[in-house]
Every structure is written in C-alpha cells, then in structure tokens.
Design a protein around this ligand. Structure first.
Ligand code: NAP
Length: 514
C-alpha cells in the first residue's frame, strides 16, 4: 500500500490490539457477542452487514447507544456484497449505516477500497459524517496481491489506518504481508486461509496494528477464535524474544499439540508459543523457519519420512526407524531430527500388556507404524504387519524381524493386541473403522488416532468386550518428550494432560449437542 502512516498505533497497545469480531443476524445475538467480546478486549468490530435487515441494525445501534462502555473502541463495518460483505444495497446505504454507527458511539469505521473509490469527489472523509477514524480495507479472498506496496488510494483522502486481508497460498505469501506490517504501526495485516493461520497469530508481533478474532468459535479456515488468540496463543504478548515452535502436517487443524505445548509453556512461564502450520510444500516451510525464528517443530502426516532428507543430523534410532516426528532447530539453523512416537507407544502399551513374547498386529505401514514396529520389536514383541500395500508391509516386517499378514487372514488370526496405525476414523471422519468386528480377535485394541478419544474402532472393540487404549495415551508421552527436548526442562505433565483431556471433553460435549 502507498503512503503508510508511521508512528504510534491508533488502536493502543497490549490487549487493545486484539479486535473481537461480533457478527450475528439479530440485534439480541449481536448484543450478546459484544458483551462476551468486551470481557476479553476493549476493541470490537461490529459487522453491521451481518444483521438480517435494517430493523435489526437500528435495534442494535439503539442498544449500543445505551450500553456502550466508555473505555471501549468500536469499529463499524457494513461491507457490501461487492467487497465480500453481506449488505444488500449501494454505497449510499453503507454510508448511511456508518453514519448511524458514529451517532451510536463508534469511533472507527472500516471502508473497503471498492467503496472508497466511489465516494463523492472533493469531500473529505469527515464531511461525509463517518466515524472520526477510517480504516481503509482491501480484501482478496483468492490470492495475495502481487504488488502489496502499491495498492492505490485516493491521495487527498488519507485514511487513519489501512488493512490488507488476503489469502495466503504459501508461508512465503504470509511473510510478504507481515513484512509490510513491520514498516508501519497503522497497517493491519490479515493473512487469510489455513496456511496463513500462524502468520495471523504472529501478526501483532510483526507490527500489525490489530489482529481480528471472532467471538465464539472460528467460522472459516484460518480464523482463530478470540479465546484461542488471547489465551492459547497470547498473540498480544508475543515479541521477537518469544521462541516459536509448531507442528507441520496436512491436515493439521485437528491437532491437539498447540493445547499441549502452549499449556506447558504457560505453566513453566516460558516465553514461547507453539503454532499449527498447514504444510503442503516442505520447501516453503523450511524457507520460513529462519524468517519466523522457529526453534523446533513436531512433524506429522504426511511429512514424517520426507523430512529426513532435509536434516543435518538425525538421532540413530529415528534414522533406523526411517521416520522423524520431532525436529530441533539449532542456533546455526541446522535441523536435528528424532522420534518420540517410539517412546509414546511403549508408554501407552506397557501399562496393559507385558511386551516381551506378546504377539501384536500393526495395521498400517506408514510413519507411526514404523515407530511402533521398531519399538515393539526392540521390546521383545512378535510383530505382525498388515498394510494395504503388501510389499511395503513385508519390507517393514522384515526390517524388524516380524512377519506380514494379509488382510484376508485377519478374521482367522489371533493376537494379544491390535494397533491401528492408519488415519481411518480420524476427526472429522469419526464414523468409520479401519477394521471389521470379525477382524478383531485379540485382548487389546489400541487406536493411535487421538481425536476423537473414542474412535469407531475402539467402540467396536469395546462392544466385543476387548480392552481399549486411546491414542491420547500415546500422544501425551510423545508430546511431553518433545517439549522436554526443546526446553531442556521437566514438563509440567499433569497440567498438560489436564488441558488436552479438557479440550477433548469440550469437543465431545459440543458434538453431542450438535
Ligand atoms: P502415514 O505415514 O501417512 O501412514 C499412514 C498409513 O495408513 C500408511 O500405511 C497408509 O497406507 C495407511 N492408510 C491410509 N489410508 C488408508 C486406507 N484408506 N486404507 C488402508 N490403509 C490406509 O501417517 P502416520 O504419521 O503414520 O499417522 C497415521 C495415524 O496415526 C494418523 O491418524 C495419526 O494422527 C496417528 N498418530 C498418532 C500419534 C499419537 O501420538 N497418538 C502419533 C503419530 C501418529 P499407504 O502407505 O498405502 O498410503
């Protein structure tokens, strides 16, 4: 964008830079969201265009006039369809409602560039009866504009602040946008989409004047709820001294690792944050490691094997397994890989099964199956592997001195335990099971999937009277081992466990109510 205003942020500092977004179709619901938002931050964006009709808009603004707290900053948005909003009507309708918003006490308005360009010529912004401060916004829901620096504005009508909200296809896109935010305190940078999510959380650290978050749950990929932005990621407290960690994967939105690791940092008062990185292209992520200042990361599906070729060092056990789930980034930028899935599987299983001499079937032959196969074989277990690609299953079985078993044989074979090491049944496809009840001829079934806690496979096993182990019992020790590798400290295990179980319970509850 051209002509960026330098100086102190007009929105204030600290939590004031977190902007809660209230968007609802009725005045009553909107008022409820505003009250809830004010409990977290005094800066609120009011999406007037979301209100169902003009009557609801009038009703809500009347309520605001009577209930507006003195220390709050309200930013009114009444975006037309042309600019990606919901308001039916032209520029005059938008200006009318922004004018009403000023009278109700809003000190800011968001004016999208499409409207800005159609304003009557020769009139200043204040002469239009708008709220005293204007945020000029540019949205691109499909891509990151190629010339971010040169978005045109009307020269004589400088807004007080500018916003660029654009879809980030890559981490490189996000970094370009954050780079721009770093050059002004009155630029709001919003990288959109799930790839842009970590940058959205780091935007305040990089100098964005505001970070937006919806009151209630996030409604679009790449959004972070107000609660999560403030309490899980503490976006308003992050600085360049904050150590950045994360998980890379595809998909990654379901990961409980941010809850686990951030709880640990908070409990031990460590200035660090752990973010979810949706990574489709490893090179894009690796280029972003020094730019974001990433000090370590977890690796999940599908990068556990492909990450190996990018490591400068690998712990011998992880190299033997051929899969890495933990990377430490050393000060010189070198990547050091290790595998804590190995330990997690042993911790989870050994509570219910005497490993030496037991016969265990692993269903799946990917990254985590490899860790399980090596861990169990080294513990003296007879390992059996069943994979949809029989050749891969045979190779893995051979590497650990076990045997491959065909899918057809499962209904007649018996085992002490069966482990699911495929993603079948993982959230949001929780209704399916990788195996049929007649294929479960064993004493124990463990599902390595940790979300949901009780997968369809575990339900089928329980119905047959088979003991079950949830993937959470592996997830916790493998994650705790990662946390200790990165921090060099003892992890606050019970706080971390409690936070993960609490998140899972909340999710189960909301699923039951939906
Ligand atoms: P991965 O490396 O991609 O391996 C997945 C395996 O599942 C491969 O053998 C794959 O076969 C097989 N598979 C995928 N879809 C299948 C289908 N429709 N039918 C039959 N087989 C199928 O993934 P991963 O890293 O090993 O992870 C596997 C699961 O374990 C994930 O759900 C992950 O969340 C979970 N996990 C849990 C923990 C924990 O702490 N609890 C830790 C790590 C992983 P192909 O090779 O033929 O595609």
């Amino acid at each position: 964008m051209a002509r960026i205003t330098r100086g102190k942020s007009l929105f204030g500092a600290g939590v004031r830079r977190i902007c809660a977004v209230a968007a609802a179709s009725t005045a009553a619901e909107m008022a409820r969201l505003v009250r809830a938002g004010l409990e977290e931050t005094p800066t609120i964006e009011l999406r007037l265009d979301w209100l169902g009709n003009d009557t609801e808009r009038s009703r809500f603004l009347d309520w605001l006039k009577r209930n507006k707290p003195g220390n709050a900053t309200f930013l009114a948005t009444c975006r037309r369809r042309e600019g990606g909003g919901k308001l039916r009507g032209g520029v005059q309708a938008e200006l009318y409602w922004l004018n009403e918003a000023r009278q109700a006490g809003c000190s800011w308005c968001d004016l999208e560039i499409e409207t800005f360009r159609q304003l009557p010529r020769g009139k200043s912004l204040s002469a239009l009866g708008l709220p005293p401060h204007t945020l000029l916004s540019l949205h691109d829901f499909r891509r990151m504009p190629s010339h971010l620096e040169s978005t045109p504005t009307a020269a004589k009508r400088e807004p007080d602040a500018q916003k660029i909200a654009a879809h980030a296809e890559t981490l490189g896109d996000s970094l370009r946008l954050l780079g721009l935010a770093g050059r002004s305190r009155n630029l709001v940078a919003v990288p959109m989409g799930e790839v842009g999510l970590p940058a959205r959380i780091l935007a305040l650290r990089e100098g964005s004047a505001l970070a937006y978050a919806p009151v209630g749950s996030a409604t679009a990929p790449g959004q972070v709820s107000l609660q999560a932005l403030k309490h899980l990621y503490r976006a308003h407290k992050l600085t360049h001294r904050t150590r950045v960690y994360g998980v890379i994967g595809d998909p990654v939105g379901h990961s409980l690792s941010p809850v686990l690791h951030n709880t640990g940092f908070l409990a031990r008062k460590i200035d660090a944050v752990y973010l979810p990185f949706l990574v489709k292209d490893l090179q894009d992520f690796l280029r972003a490691v020094p730019e974001f200042g990433i000090r370590g990361f977890s690796v999940t599906i599908p990068h556990k094997q492909s990450i190996l070729e990018h490591l400068q060092e690998c712990d011998p056990l992880a190299a033997e397994i051929g899969a890495v789930n933990t990377v430490v980034v050393r000060r010189d930028g070198a990547l050091l890989g290790s595998n804590t899935d190995y330990l997690g599987i042993l911790r989870a299983l050994e509570r219910k099964l005497v490993l030496p001499g037991s016969r265990v079937l692993i269903f799946g032959a990917g990254g985590v199956a490899r860790a399980a196969a090596f861990a169990l074989a080294k513990a003296g277990t007879e390992v059996r592997i069943c994979g949809r690609r029989e050749k891969v299953a045979r190779q893995l079985a051979k590497a650990v001195g076990g045997e491959a078993v065909s899918r057809r044989a499962l209904k007649s074979e018996t085992f002490d335990a069966i482990l699911n090491a495929t993603p079948i049944g993982m959230h949001p496809h929780a209704q399916i099971s990788p195996l049929l009840p007649r294929e479960l001829n064993c004493r124990i079934v463990m599902d390595l999937i940790n979300r949901p806690r009780m997968t369809q496979l575990l339900k089928l096993a329980a119905r047959k009277g088979i003991a079950t182990i949830s993937g959470v019992e592996m997830f916790l020790p493998q994650g705790i081992a990662q946390w200790e590798l990165w921090t060099g400290q003892r992890a606050p295990e019970s706080a971390m466990r409690k936070a993960v179980l609490c998140a899972l319970r909340a999710e189960e509850k909301s699923r039951q109510h939906s």
